[in-house]
Design a protein around this ligand. Sequence first.
Ligand code: CDP
Length: 215
Amino acid sequence: NIPVITIDGPTASGKGTVAHRVAERLGFHLLDSGALYRLTALQALRRQTPLNDEHALAKLAEHLHIGFTGEAIFLSSENVTDAIRAEEVGNTASKIAALPAVRQALFGLQLGFRKAPGLVADGRDMGTVIFPNAQLKVFLTASVEARAERRYKQLIGKGISANMDDLLMDLKARDDRDTHRAIAPLVPAEGAHVLDTSDMTVELAVEQVMNWYAA
Ligand code: CDP
């Protein structure tokens, strides 16, 4: 029984960073499930697939040629690590993630990440849908202001110009879509530990998750 730790939460809650560090500490594999939705979104934008063509989008998702090498992410041998982080790609990802056929198309692919010695999976529905029997489930959250500020610093740090009001608006719109969609809505899984990281450093959040796992 290969252990799984799920870390779900809203956008910019820090779950990606925390998941990464916990995986590193335990020597576990990492599943960044959001990247799968972003890869599908990037492909859809490039091919100009209409965002209401559920069938075509699911086909795209099903036939993605994905490669994860260390921190780099490849789409058919092209390094798209930065390309998939664009705000437009994130917004498109959150729209297509509401389509059941797209989620279904990515289901088996995600299960395949469960390999020895263990997996840390981050996303929205890791604990509710994909790995409901995970050994540890965490729901990371933070106030919308704290999250907008983090995203702002991330973008500025990468030399990308950003506007706080626009970020706040985008963030709220994405939260709204992720929590109110009919399929796999963003809610804490049954038995999940909820961690509010508004006033918490990444290091402390990692320690807390490690302590829960050890307990
Ligand atoms: O970086 P951020 O937290 O904003 O997003 P992400 O984790 O890369 O995911 C991008 C989008 O994919 C999210 O806004 C969700 O709508 C969707 N997603 C999902 O529906 N289920 C997952 N397990 C992961 C992501």
